[in-house]
Design a protein around this ligand. Structure first.
Ligand code: XMP
Length: 516
């Protein structure tokens, strides 16, 4: 295994994912883990992640020289690079030459990390302090305008470091640099595949659940379907899937789950009609975080009720459902502030929206994965393409796409508009190039229109088509004008209450994908 030492921020999981892409097994450990404990895991290599803080900041995670004396090949990235420099006697300084974003790097082509790559390359930087002197024994292998030492290596001791982020997409040769560290620097072999990942998960699930009963919340989306299918494969009939129709679903959603998922996995399914319950809990609520918390809580209350029924139906007195499966992905965890030292952007219903008195133990086999990896797991499990490639739809559903109070009537309006947008985007063949296209109803906004010689005073909807790799960042999709025109035309003609269609042209950041 390769240990990814987490210094906070959002980078450690992304690094772990890039290591998986090199077909090498990885495990994330906190930076507070003692070196002996790391060694007990017999790592083939260690990667030190980036972090949010300056090495000089108060409370900045520190690193002693011990790790570097163990002989384990080590690669420091950004903060990890600076912490390594300090630990080994190099010099890190506030140079007032901070670099953020795309930066031009000059690399030494006959170095181990950059061999075979162009001298000039684009990298993604995010740093205030800079390494101005490499520790003894190290050769400087790259520099930028703001970082005289942007990379270094000591091939005898097999220690490497870079100031930039090789794990992000915008670093042109980042994956190659990482691969060179793993294969050439640390002698790893590419043997870890999707089959291994699935098997590792099955084993972990069996170990966690034992012979206990478990329920799985299905949403109709990819994540919960893959999580459910994994658990079904691991423990079979100990699992009951629960689909909650909370009234915030899109058109046709409930039917699709009943039809597709069960047919393919053979899992037991319980459908709960809970529209009234959710809508009355949401009545009068307009604050997005409050909505999310209410929806998260109500989901759990419904699962608890379903769990009791599962037990009653089983006829076994004293039996209990101990476990709840959720299709939580890594980006959900990060955005809910669940990573170490990361900010809460919004409470995803299945992470930050969980009630405090949760009685289930969670089973979250996808918690460390990104969406595209989950899709690969789904394919490996034999789920059909149309399920695996469905666009994401948030658990809180249309509830967070109505800006203002959520009511049955408003949901009906949005459902119609959303169905039209989806139909036209599918017809235009854009489903795979667009990550998702939320349709947002500005329910408290009205504007004047004219239709059939008469004045209207209706609501606007916002189309929010985005392209993304993992939902952590996104750009607005350049949907062809004629497709937008058709959507606008149909929505304003077919949905009486809507008299205006607008397009959201904001990337993430600074916007998020959903409006709430
Ligand atoms: P944001 O709005 O944070 O969305 O840019 C990122 C991705 O996550 C989805 N999303 C959620 N999914 N529960 C979910 O299952 C949630 O509470 C939730 N909030 C946002 C969103 O649709 C996008 O794909």
């Amino acid at each position: 295994t390769v240990l990814v030492v987490d210094f906070g921020a959002q980078y450690a999981q992304l690094i772990a994912r890039r290591v998986r892409e090199c077909h090498v097994h990885s495990e994330i450990v906190p930076s507070t883990m003692p070196v002996e404990e790391m060694l007990a895991k017999k790592p083939k290599a260690v990667i030190l992640s980036g972090g949010p803080s300056s090495v000089y900041a108060e409370g900045a995670p520190n690193l002693g020289p011990e790790l570097f004396e163990t002989g384990v090949p080590t690669f420091g990235i950004c903060y990890g690079f600076q912490a390594m420099t300090r630990a080994l006697g190099g010099v890190v300084e506030r140079t007032d030459l901070s670099e953020f974003g795309r930066t031009e790097l000059s690399a030494v082509p006959d170095s181990l990390l950059f061999a075979g790559m162009p001298v000039e390359q684009q990298v993604w930087m995010s740093h205030g302090d800079s390494v101005v002197g490499a520790p003894e024994g190290f050769a400087t292998t790259a520099s930028t305008a703001g970082a005289p030492v942007a990379a270094f290596e000591d091939t005898d001791r097999r220690l490497f470091g870079v100031q930039f982020h090789p794990e992000v997409m915008h670093t042109e040769h980042g994956q190659e640099v990482l691969r060179r560290f793993l294969y050439e620097g640390a002698g790893c072999r590419p043997t870890w595949t999707m089959v291994n990942i699935v098997e590792e998960q099955l084993e972990r699930i069996r170990e966690q659940i034992g012979d206990k009963r478990v329920i799985c919340g299905l949403s109709g989306g990819v994540d919960s379907a893959v999580a459910g299918a994994l658990v079904q494969r691991a423990v079979g009939d100990q699992l009951t899937c629960v689909f909650v129709d909370h009234g915030l679903l899109r058109k046709g959603e409930a039917e699709q789950v009943e039809k597709d998922f069960v047919a393919i996995t053979g899992a037991r399914l319980k459908v709960v009609d809970a529209e009234e319950r959710f809508l009355s809990a949401l009545s009068g609520v307009t604050d997005p975080e409050e909505k999310r918390k209410i929806i998260g809580r109500e989901f759990i209350r419904v699962f608890e009720q379903a769990a009791r029924e599962v037990v009653t139906e089983s006829g076994e007195a004293g039996a209990e459902v101990e476990f709840l499966v959720q299709g939580t992905l890594y980006p959900d965890v990060v955005e809910s502030g669940g990573g170490t030292g990361t900010a809460n952007i919004k409470s995803h219903h299945n992470v930050g929206g969980l009630p405090e008195d949760l009685q289930f133990t969670l089973v979250e086999p996808l918690r460390e994965l990104f969406k595209d990896e989950v899709r690969k797991v789904g394919e490996e499990l034999g789920l059909p393409a149309e399920m695996v490639w469905r666009q994401p739809f948030p658990g809180p559903g249309l509830g967070i796409r109505i800006i203002g109070e959520v009511t049955h009537e408003r949901l009906e309006i949005l459902r119609e508009a959303d169905a039209i947008a989806r139909e036209e985007l599918t017809r235009a063949g854009l489903d795979r190039s667009i990550w998702q296209c939320p349709v947002v109803l500005l329910a408290d906004v009205r504007s004047v229109g004219v239709q059939g010689d008469g004045r209207t005073y209706g609501h606007p909807v916002v189309l929010r088509p985005v392209s993304s790799e993992d939902a952590m960042t996104a750009d607005w999709s350049r949907v062809p004008y004629d497709v937008l025109a058709r959507i606008s035309n149909r929505i304003t003609n077919e949905v009486r209450e809507i008299n205006r269609v607008t397009l959201d042209v904001t990337s993430k950041p600074p916007g998020t994908i959903e409006w709430e």
